[in-house]
Design a protein around this ligand. Structure first.
Ligand SMILES: Nc1ncnc2c1ncn2[C@@H]1O[C@H](COP(=O)(O)OP(=O)(O)OP(=O)(O)O)[C@@H](O)[C@H]1O
Ligand SMILES: [Mg+2]
Length: 428
């Protein structure tokens, strides 16, 4: 049986937090069996490592390993994708097709976002898990397969069961062994390690000098809630590697990318992990932080406004000032939902819509704010929905419609992307 360190090295897993080590050790232990495993954890915590380890450490390692993102496959085709279909089973079924359960015979299937499976598919899945039997869509012939299932979810399965969206019997069948992946905010000691690893990787990828963190930047990151977990940290390091001139990153610079007050919803929402909530300090501390941030924003804005007034608009704004305006004029971006593009936007330096000064040239009035009209950015340019839609279209075009890559680039899960595509009618 492989040891923990060799697994970490082989899969490029960084971190030493006990709960992470336990999750990895459990994967190594259950790998040689055929037991079904359910991996639970927030978005971006590294759940995908677990099925890979389990497959690689099992007797099935030379057989197929198939990843199915249950949330990304449209409800109408998922049964056929998983179990195959007969010719003529539905319009467009011009030939018989094998499903993943047939193709993966002898191997492992990773059912990602399993909580998203439609109920009718859950019935078929339960049958194949219990008896190894399934039928192609449109067929009455029973087939056999021998597949090991590892499933993952970031949704609250108990709630899905109470809401009638997930079958309880299937849940217990999938969850013979449960592996919990800890959130990044619970593994403070791993944050700097991960930052260094990503800084090295991206420095190499983009042929740039490596980013380094000052001490205050390290503690800033350790106090940030990371709603998007390791994926968010990775995206942050990638962006900063490319964009930042100064290779030494301090907390002020970090605050431009991940403002502390964007933390709030994630701080308030406690996770179910063992250390949940214990590290965030009191509510009062959070309120102080917000007030402190607001005071700084107001002071910065005051000095910026007076400079603008003095210079009648001919001011070159520094990136920090642009960021400030961006933050103040787009308050809706202060959300920490990891599955929301709004949150993603918050981490991207977007085109800044700073106020334009329209005024007469009446110099003796230059100190009189009332005489100066500040034209606010046009409402549509600040529409998060439009920006979100545009970003999705751009990402899809860039990746030639490949949703997995587009989702990766956008920093959201495929399931979220799929929903957004539906929402904005971008199916074509
Ligand atoms: N401990 C770690 N060491 C190195 N990289 C990590 C670690 N944990 C996660 N990552 C990286 O973070 C990114 C997100 O991980 P992953 O795709 O496994 O998340 P997930 O838990 O499946 O999230 P989702 O529920 O959104 O699918 C990946 O690029 C992964 O390589
Ligand atoms: Mg995943």
């Amino acid at each position: 049986m492989a040891d923990l360190q060799s697994i970490k090295t082989r899969f490029g897993i960084i971190g030493n937090f006990p709960a992470l080590n336990r999750a990895l050790e459990k994967s190594i232990q259950v790998a040689p069996t055929d037991i079904s495993v359910l991996v639970i954890g927030e978005s971006g915590v590294g759940k995908e490592f677990i099925p890979k380890i389990i497959h690689a450490e099992s007797r099935r390692k030379h057989q197929p390993y198939i990843v199915v993102n249950c949330g990304a496959i449209p409800e109408g085709t998922i049964d056929s994708e998983l179990f195959g279909h007969e010719k003529g089973a539905f319009t467009g079924a011009t030939s018989t097709r094998k499903g993943y359960f047939e193709v993966a015979d002898g191997g492992t299937i990773f059912l990602d976002e399993v909580g998203e499976l439609p109920l009718q598919t859950q019935v078929r899945l339960l049958r194949v898990l219990e008896s190894g039997e399934f039928m192609k869509v449109g067929s009455s012939q029973v087939q056999k397969t021998n597949v090991r299932i590892v499933a993952a979810t970031n949704v609250n399965m108990m709630k899905a069961i109470t809401d009638g969206r997930f079958r309880e019997d299937l849940y217990y069948r999938l969850n013979t062994v449960q592996i919990d992946m800890p959130a990044l905010r619970e593994r403070k000691g791993d944050i700097h390690l991960l930052f260094r690893k990503f800084a090295i990787d991206f420095a190499e990828k983009y042929r740039m000098p490596e980013l380094k963190l000052t001490d205050d930047a390290v503690s800033y990151l350790e106090n940030y809630a990371f709603p998007g977990n390791v994926r968010q940290l990775r995206n942050l390091v990638e962006q900063m590697t490319v964009v930042e001139q100064n290779r030494e990153v301090n907390s002020v610079k970090l605050a431009e990318y991940i403002p502390m007050n964007a933390n709030l919803p994630a701080v308030v929402q406690k996770s179910s992990g063992e250390n949940a909530g214990s590290d965030f300090g009191s509510e009062r501390e959070i309120m102080y932080k917000i007030l402190f941030d607001m005071r700084n924003d107001i002071n910065d804005l005051k000095s910026l406004t007076s400079e603008l007034i003095k210079n009648r608009g001919n001011v070159d704004l520094s990136s920090q000032e642009k960021n400030l305006i961006n933050r103040i004029y787009t308050p809706e971006t202060q959300t920490a939902n990891p599955n929301s593009l709004l949150y993603f936007e918050n981490n991207h330096q977007k085109e800044v819509h700073h106020p334009t000064i329209i005024s007469d040239n009446d110099d003796h009035h230059y100190n009189d704010v009332e005489d100066i009209e500040i034209e606010e950015a046009k409402p549509e340019s600040l529409s998060l929905q439009n920006n979100e839609k545009d970003l999705i279209i751009k990402a899809l075009e860039k990746h030639k419609g490949r949703r997995n890559r587009a989702a990766d680039e956008l920093g959201i899960s495929q399931r979220t992307l799929y929903r957004k595509i539906k929402q904005y009618n971008l199916e074509e």
